[in-house]
Design a protein around this ligand. Sequence first.
Ligand code: C5P
Length: 227
Amino acid sequence: MKKITIAIDGFSSTGKSTLAKQLAKELGYVYVDTGAMYRAVTLFAMQQGLISNDHFDKQQLISALPQITLQFQFNPELGFAEMYLNGLNVEAEIRTLEVSQQVSRIAEVSEVRAKLVEQQQKMGEDKGIVMDGRDIGTVVFPNAELKIFMTASPETRAQRRYDELTAKGQQVTYDAILQNVMERDRIDTGREDSPLVKANDAYEIDNSNLNREEQFQLVLKLAAEKR
Ligand code: C5P
């Protein structure tokens, strides 16, 4: 069977990463969460005082980009790769609401995107990869054999994210999360460089209608037809 590239794009908290991880495990493929890379650059910018709610020193961030090293390291206990920023495991820090509130402004910067897309394309050179994000089927791998686009209502997605964060002990409110989900949708779909849009040849999955197992079986079947 030939190895293929699977691109999974869509709105935040639609279950992209759950599906992508499950697929990668089943097929013996590498899984790459590109949102983690944008989140790690955001954490760096926050740590350096380059971004907050009321300011963003974009030029400084662009100048500092060569100082940022991102790596994924597989954690066998968890069964997936964790994000390392300049050699430090930042998996927990990048998943907070504070990072979610700044990340879409960082992801609008073309120089940031160019750096991350180059690294993502290198990771996919040998195929056998499942990558999730916003621009994978449109920009990173426009020739991917299988493209999936995931959607769900903002309320469904906010509830999912709320459940995830509170299960990790984070103090958040459902309203703050819903607002963040809608604000990120607005910025991610409206930006000039690589906006979130369904590729013409992507299969759309609205997960308000399908449960996780149904989605997994559907995509597995689509993948089998392409291999
Ligand atoms: O997937 P996740 O919700 O972790 O992504 C966080 C943010 O990173 C998105 O809201 C988006 O602004 C940005 N992103 C992006 N392109 C990608 C992946 C994520 O712009 N390929």
